[in-house]
Design a protein around this ligand. Structure first.
Ligand code: S3P
Length: 182
């Protein structure tokens, strides 16, 4: 297996959490496209949106996708909610859409102890009505580009990883020793 595993889905659905748990269970490495962009631009996502505009952010996503396609193998990639719109995503790896209803996503976000920070860092989640429009627009697009879909509503990160292992038929082991000794 040298294909990457690309996790796509709406903001706040748990792509990063699922990726980290899947890495822990499989021993695969994981990277996150937003983190790659933040490191490369040396700016927070909301600063890039506010000072340079969304098209600039999308161009950085495309650059990240090109890099992934050329240089990254056998890695779990968690993506920003709009990353699925890059060109040639299918050449980057196996694509898994993590699905939840918008109400499920919002209620999990709002009940998180760091809810305010989690919402503040997402420019496209500032207005609930606009977020709903975006969700409805994107749902068929996520489904159109994905190789697999997993319903993750109400699941924690470990359960999402379990579903991913089953769906992608990966070797995973809950009993595997942790990377660092406890
Ligand atoms: C975006 C989702 C965000 C981030 C940016 C744009 C989107 O990532 O990439 O704010 O267009 O849906 P998360 O999905 O991790 O929130």
């Amino acid at each position: 297996m040298d294909k990457n595993i690309i996790l796509i889905g709406f903001m706040g659905v748990g792509k990063g959490r699922a990726a980290r748990e899947l890495a822990a269970k499989t021993g695969l490495y994981t990277i996150d496209t937003d983190n790659l962009i933040v490191a490369m631009a040396k700016k927070k996502i909301r600063t890039i949106f506010a000072e340079y505009g969304e098209p600039c952010f999308r161009a950085l996503e495309q650059r990240t996708a090109d890099w992934l396609r050329h240089y990254v193998r056998n890695t779990i990639v968690s993506t920003g909610g709009g990353f699925f719109m890059v060109n040639n995503l299918r050449e980057t790896g196996r694509i898994v859409y993590l699905h939840s209803s918008l109400d499920g996503i919002l209620s999990a976000l709002h009940s998180h102890p760091k809810a305010a920070r989690k919402i503040r860092k997402r420019p496209l989640l500032q207005d609930a009505d606009a977020a709903r429009v975006l969700y409805d627009e994107r749902l068929p697009l996520y489904r159109g580009v994905a190789d697999y879909e997993i319903n993750v509503e109400g699941l924690d990160g470990g359960e999402m990883a379990g579903q991913l292992i089953k769906t992608l038929q990966l070797q995973g082991d809950d009993q595997a020793p942790p990377v660092l000794p406890s």
